[in-house]
Structure formats: C-alpha cells, structure tokens
Design a binder for this molecule. Structure first.
Ligand SMILES: Cc1cc2nc3c(=O)[nH]c(=O)nc-3n(C[C@H](O)[C@H](O)[C@H](O)COP(=O)(O)OP(=O)(O)OC[C@H]3O[C@@H](n4cnc5c(N)ncnc54)[C@H](O)[C@@H]3O)c2cc1C
Ligand SMILES: *[C@@H]1O[C@H](CO)[C@@H](O)[C@H](O)[C@H]1NC(C)=O
Ligand SMILES: *[C@@H]1O[C@H](CO)[C@@H](O)[C@H](O)[C@H]1NC(C)=O
Length: 442
C-alpha cells in the first residue's frame, strides 16, 4: 500500500510507549534491516504511564479466543512468556483460567454473545491441541462452596502477567540495546501536508520530524488523528481489595475467574491485593476538539480518556461499583463487604470488530498507526512488536492481513465494538457519574 513499505526509513519516531510503541521499538532494534535507522520513542509521561492501558497489577494471558488466529497468536506469545528470555523474568504465571457463563438464556445483558464466545473459545483451544481440564455443566463451584456460574471450563494452560513488571523489564531491555532515544514530550498536534505527516508539534513548542512516524498513543490517538467510526476510547472499571496473608495464601494460586455473561473477572491476588474488574463495552467520554487533521474543517466530537491523572480523585460510577461488588460477593462471600482499597478507570482503544489497527494511513504515506488494542493486546507483549514490524515492511501475517488493515468506517462516530463484552452498551461516563452524585444527595 504505502511506498514507504519497501524503503527502510533512516529515522523512525514512535509516539507512545505502551505495549504497542515499546514493543515496536524493541523489535526494530532486533531487525537487521533497521540496523542504520535512528529510533526515537516519545511519551508525555514518566515510564510506565500511570494512566496508560498497559499497566497495573495484572493482565490475563489466555489463548481462549473465539477467533482462531488470535488463539494461535496467543499460543505463540505464551511460548515466549514461558521460555527464552521472558521465562526468566518472573512476569508470567500460569494457574489457569476458569471461564463461566450463565446457561439461562433468559438473562438480560449479553448472555447469548457470552455463551457463543465461550463455546467457540473452547473449540479453538482444543483445535490448537490443548485439553481444557474441567468442563462442567452443573454448578461450577469454587473452593468454599460458592457458585460462580453454571456452565464453563478451566484451561490450565492460561495465566496472567504482572503488567507493570512486564513493561519495566521490556523497557530495560530496550535501553540495553543503546539504539533508542527516549524523549519525554507531549505531542499536541501532527502537521500534515496533503499526503504526509510533516512534523509532530510538542506542547513546549518543538517540532519533531522523521521519515516514518508510528502513532501508538493508545486511547488518546483519536485526539491526534480523525479516527471517527474506527477507534474510540472506552473507560473500563477496576477495583482492588486488601486481603490478609491467610487469604493471599489461599487464593494466590487459583485460576483467574472470568464470567463471560457479565464480563466480570477476578485475577489471583498479588501482595495481598485482589483485583476485580470488567471487560465491558465501557463508558464513552465524548469530547469536542478541533478537527485534528485540519482545523478549517471545524470541530468534531470523539471519546477520549478521563483518568485519575487528568481528573485527580476520579472514581468509578456507582453502576460499576455495584457490578464489581456483586461479583465479588458471589465468588467470595467472605469478602462481600470488604471495602475497595481504590478503584480506577482504564481506557481501551476499541475498534468495530475488536481487531487491532496496525496499518499505514491510507492518505498520509509516512504515518503508520499501531493502536486499537480493544482490551486484549497485553498478552501479546512478547510477540506483537515483531508483528508490527512485519506490517511496517508490508508483510503482515496472512491470517491478519484483513483484520489489521485500515478499517471501514462504522456508521456511528462512536465505536461500540461488536466483539464479545459484558455490561451495557452506550453508557456515557459523565451521566453515570452524575447518577451517583444524585443518589448521594437523596
Ligand atoms: C483495565 C484494562 C485491563 C486490561 N486487561 C487485559 C488483559 O487481561 N489481557 C490483555 O491481553 N489485555 C488487557 N488489556 C489491554 C491491553 O492492556 C491494551 O490493549 C494495551 O495495553 C494497549 O497498549 P497501547 O500501547 O495501545 O496503550 P497505552 O499503554 O495507553 O500507551 C499509550 C501511550 O501513549 C502516551 N501518549 C498518549 N498521548 C500522547 C501524546 N499526545 N504525546 C505523547 N505521548 C502520548 C501515553 O502516555 C501512553 O504511555 C487491558 C486494558 C485495560 C485498560
Ligand atoms: C549500514 O551501514 C553500514 C555502513 O555504512 C553498511 O555497511 C551496511 O550495509 C548498512 N546496513 C543496512 C541494513 O543498511
Ligand atoms: C455471571 O453473569 C451473569 C450475567 O450477568 C449472572 O447472571 C451470573 O450470576 C454471574 N455469575 C456470578 C458468579 O456473578
């Protein structure tokens, strides 16, 4: 597609140092074709960004995908998580993943989608040669007798990663190559000619340029490029609960528990902190900004992150607290009333089909976009950089060629993914926060 694909750029500027940007930087340093390319990695934040998508305590690492190519890619990633260099970093743990759904077809929400996702995932895992350990059609019961769903299986070859540690060890590995210039700067705007990006303006008035720009600014990307109908930031809820040493010892090695009817999940606790969260449609946060590519086109409204950094004291809406609380109570009745240590909204970059966007821009030929994680890219940290470099070279993996290509624009500007998710579609963060305030006033 892009002429740049065959020519090796003399300079590459990567914007954003999350999973996509950092892994790209590392893979470029390892590829002999880029041996003479200068590589710069820009982020506006300290590393790792405290409000980025790529950190907190844990991320699920599962090949349990309803889509076979992602299942296969996850198995490729797991081979690296377990072996080679990654296997020595104490980042990846493999206590299994218990997936449950509600068999009751009458439940509201996303029962059907969740059930289909689960049965397709199980089939794919088996197709890839893994044997789910325990399939259960009666009540799937947790230790201690709590009922956690009525139809499901455990994949003992799934696990989770310490997200922040994974990012830190990869960053150290990149530093060790001595090939990457790290730059602390916030990009306020890209400058465009008719068919190229001519520079990146920083908020302190500098202009950065390079032969090739890789845009990997996560959920903030729609502030720099018109991605209406292609990528939208959606806010996802997380909560943390303090547990005792005895509880840590009892729960630490249990499988991750994922309810695919509700999207709610509990990852095994680390350092006496248990995490309860939801893989949902999330909240949109409509924000009106000048058209990022051409201010003369007027203003556009796009969903952008609101975080505890941009809005100190931000908590999750009541709706979210209730959902997390009731899941916790159902799974671990003894923890039902334990207060939240803290809560957090974390921002996915959602795409219409849940596929990543790893493609040259159809118009600006030196702009490569690496985003659209859609809430599931972390588990690929050991492999995704190599795939991005393949795409940069015009050689995407065959089974992902269409999936990662520049997507058709959805009818609606706001993307609500058609991929499986829990919770309700269409929630607006501001409205949900107000409901909580009103309730507090009553
Ligand atoms: C709560 C949550 C739970 C998740 N759970 C899982 C899971 O269990 N398993 C899994 O596989 N995946 C999971 N994911 C998804 C995975 O973490 C993301 O797909 C991945 O981290 C996305 O990485 P990124 O590089 O796109 O974004 P980010 O990590 O957000 O990186 C973007 C970077 O760009 C920087 N930036 C933004 N704007 C600018 C600017 N203007 N100038 C300079 N720098 C800028 C930011 O500071 C940030 O460092 C989860 C995500 C979230 C949010
Ligand atoms: C890099 O530069 C060296 C020295 O000029 C040259 O010998 C080598 O072929 C170059 N490598 C690439 C991949 O361009
Ligand atoms: C799983 O989600 C479904 C749908 O929301 C719900 O009916 C069921 O009770 C949930 N199971 C648990 C343990 O929360």
């Amino acid at each position: 597609m892009a002429a740049a694909a065959e020519e090796i750029p003399k300079s590459v500027l990567i914007l954003g140092s999350g999973v996509f940007g950092l892994s790209t930087a590392y893979s470029l340093t390892q590829n002999p074709k880029f041996a003479n390319t200068s590589i710069t990695l820009v982020d506006r934040s300290v590393f790792p960004a405290p409000d980025g998508a790529s950190i907190d305590s844990s991320r699920i690492v599962r090949p349990d995908y309803a889509d076979l190519p992602y299942a296969r890619l996850a198995i490729e990633a797991q081979a690296r998580w377990r072996n080679e260099w990654w296997g020595q970093q104490d980042v990846y743990h493999e206590p299994g993943l218990a997936v449950v759904v509600n068999k009751d077809e009458s439940d509201n929400g996303n029962g059907d989608l969740g059930r289909k996702y689960m049965t397709d995932s199980m089939a794919n895992v088996e197709r890839c040669g893994l044997k789910p350990g325990k399939k259960s059609e009666g009540a799937a019961t947790g230790k201690g007798g709590s009922s956690v769903g009525d139809f499901g299986y455990v994949n003992w070859r799934s696990g989770w990663a310490d997200a922040e540690k994974g990012m830190r060890v990869l960053r150290a590995r990149v530093e060790k190559t001595n090939r990457v210039n790290f730059l602390h700067a916030s990009i306020s705007r890209l400058q465009f000619s008719n068919d190229a990006v001519t520079g990146c303006e920083t908020d302190d008035g500098k202009l950065l340029t390079a032969d090739l720009i890789v845009l990997a600014t996560g959920a903030w990307t729609p502030a720099l490029l018109d991605l209406r109908g292609r990528c939208s930031a959606t806010g996802q809820i997380l909560s943390y609960i303090q547990i005792t040493d005895a509880e840590q010892a009892a729960l630490g090695d249990r499988p991750t528990l994922l309810n695919e009817s509700s999207g709610l999940f509990i990852i095994p606790p680390v350092n006496n902190v248990l995490k309860v969260a939801r893989h949902g449609y999330g909240y949109c946060n409509p924000t009106t900004i000048p058209h990022p590519e051409d201010a003369s086109l007027g203003k556009i409204t796009v969903s952008l992150p609101r975080t505890h950094i941009s809005h100190p004291g931000l908590e999750i809406p009541e709706e979210g607290k209730k959902a997390l609380r009731s899941f916790l109570a159902a799974v671990y009745p003894s923890l039902a009333t334990r207060p939240f240590l803290n809560t957090r909204i974390c921002w996915y970059t959602d795409t219409p089909r849940g596929d990543w966007l790893l493609s040259y821009h159809p118009r600006y030929k030196n702009l490569f976009v690496a985003t659209g994680g859609s809430g599931h890219a972390y588990k690929f940290l050991p492999v995704v950089g190599d795939k991005i470099v393949d795409c940069l070279l015009g050689e995407p993996p065959a089974e992902f060629k269409d999936k990662w290509a520049w997507p058709e624009r959805d009818v609606e500007d706001q993307v609500w993914t058609k991929d499986w998710r829990g919770g309700v579609k269409g929630m607006v963060l501001e409205e949900e926060l107000k409901k909580g305030e009103n309730k507090a006033k009553l």
